[in-house]
Design a protein around this ligand. Structure first.
Ligand SMILES: Cc1ncc(COP(=O)(O)O)c(C=O)c1O
Length: 440
């Protein structure tokens, strides 16, 4: 259709760039592949896209972090290797942070900075998924962050997954047990709030997951990349309920991945937090000796996995993160307030989509309407997601296909609101209006 009607972006250029991309199906491209393709179309046409494909923070980094980092650089940390387990003052602030905002107790020794949660996940896979020869398979509660499956593949690990949307509430238990009963699952991973659907697990679902982790002795990797970003509740006050919900209230078999990228707009510095429960850190798994010097879980994580991957995390970034966490812990910096803008944007953008013939795909959160946050999902009647993604490129709008996230909703795309400035809303509206005109 884009070849018959005049589209907002020069159809000849879009077609040429798609062909030159070498991607068999653009709609199945990885996030970074789409980023490159859209960059090239923008460069050649001089037209700016409404870019919703990548979860890059669209807000400035907090000044307190920048100052902390500059001060550390001035003191000369750049020439020194950081400790692999992390700098003491950062470890203490992470421990305070999880007490203040999750209401859980984890000693500083078990709080480890990593090169983003990406590295935290890689290190955790290396240890958690290889700690027991009989438990050789990972279970992803999908939809999820596609790169984590890429990490599993690169490591040669086995995984299974299911789309949780139809197994919310009590139905989750039987679904999880259908996997766990087989005895081969080592680890379960999910993100909460969920990338890409933005559903948030309830306390009773977290309880189900935690109790099953105890029953089947599996480790839960809880990915809190969007920490405290369920804006329906005020999770911003240190030491005051409500807290960010967590499985840590129901099991000692947990690893938390807390990214600084979105909640602290600190993606560029590549620093995240890996928090291992007090109970799990000290556990011994004889099968770990196949890969590491010791059978200790926490020891293998730090001196086996994190050491092998990068010999620790950028020295100055540790000071930047420590400064932000200290300010948040002391009640001097409301990090949640700083990122609430994403929820506001999502609300307006969803309306622009639905006013122009699109549907929201994941629209309910268990029995409640979905929150407005960093992502939302949409579809267009009569089109599958892969075709929709490609077609939208002719209209100057980019996203990723839900099928690449383990979602069963093959009609859907994921939109990330972070890079869209409010000044672009009229352009988005206009482009979707034309799209709807051409396709309805
Ligand atoms: C669910 C999820 N986990 C992990 C990450 C990676 O976080 P980091 O930037 O800390 O490596 C992301 C980033 O988009 C994410 O969405």
């Amino acid at each position: 259709m884009s070849t018959i009607n005049k589209t907002p972006i020069d159809a000849g250029v879009v077609k040429k760039k798609i062909e030159a991309s070498g991607l068999e199906k653009v709609g199945l491209g990885a996030i970074r592949e789409l980023v490159r393709l859209v960059n090239e179309i923008e460069k050649e046409t001089g037209e700016k896209f409404v870019r919703m494909e990548m979860g890059v923070p669209g807000l400035p980094p907090p000044q307190v972090g920048i100052e902390g980092e500059i001060e550390a650089l001035r003191k000369g940390v750049a020439s020194k290797y950081p400790m692999i387990e992390g700098e003491d003052m950062l470890k203490s602030e992470i421990s305070r942070f999880v007490k203040n905002f999750l209401n859980i107790d984890v000693i500083p020794k078990h709080c480890i900075p990593t090169v983003g949660s990406m590295q935290g996940a890689m290190a955790s896979f290396l240890v958690s998924c290889r700690r027991d020869a009989k438990k050789d398979t990972m279970l992803f509660i999908d939809p999820g962050f596609p790169v984590q499956k890429q990490q599993q593949k690169v490591l040669g690990l086995k995984f299974e997954s299911f789309d949780v949307y139809n197994y919310r509430g009590d139905k989750l238990k039987a679904k999880l047990e259908s996997y766990l009963e087989k005895g081969n699952i080592s680890t379960i991973l999910y993100s909460n709030p969920n990338n890409p659907s933005w559903i948030c697990f309830t306390e009773s679902e977290l309880q189900i997951i935690g109790e099953l982790a105890n029953k089947y002795d599996v480790i839960i990797m809880e990915d809190l990349a969007y920490f405290a970003m369920d804006f329906r509740k005020d999770l911003s006050k240190p030491g005051v309920p409500p807290y960010q919900p967590t499985v840590a209230n129901y099991t000692g078999n947990y690893i938390l991945l807390i990214s600084s990228s979105k909640s602290f707009s600190y993606a560029g510095q590549r620093i995240g937090m890996l928090v291992i429960s007090n109970q799990l850190f000290d556990r011994k798994f004889p099968d770990l000796k196949r890969f590491f010097k010791t059978d200790g879980f926490g020891y293998s994580m730090i001196y086996g996995a994190v050491y092998s991957l990068s010999s620790g995390t950028s020295h100055s970034a540790q000071y930047g993160l420590a400064a932000m966490l200290k300010a948040a812990n002391d009640g001097k910096f409301n990090f949640v307030e700083s990122v609430k803008e994403y929820g506001e944007r999502a609300k307006i953008m969803k309306k622009i989509f639905t006013d122009n013939g699109f549907k929201i795909v994941y629209d309910m959160d268990d029995d409640q309407p979905l929150a407005d946050g960093f992502y939302f999902t949409f579809s267009y009647p009569g089109m599958d997601g892969v075709s929709l993604l490609e077609e939208l490129l002719y209209y100057g709008v980019s996203a990723i296909a839900l099928i690449t996230t383990g979602s069963e909703r093959i009609e859907g795309l994921r939109a990330c609101v972070s890079q869209i400035q409010r000044t672009q809303f009229p352009v988005l509206e206009e482009r979707l209006r034309i799209f709807n005109q051409h396709h309805s």
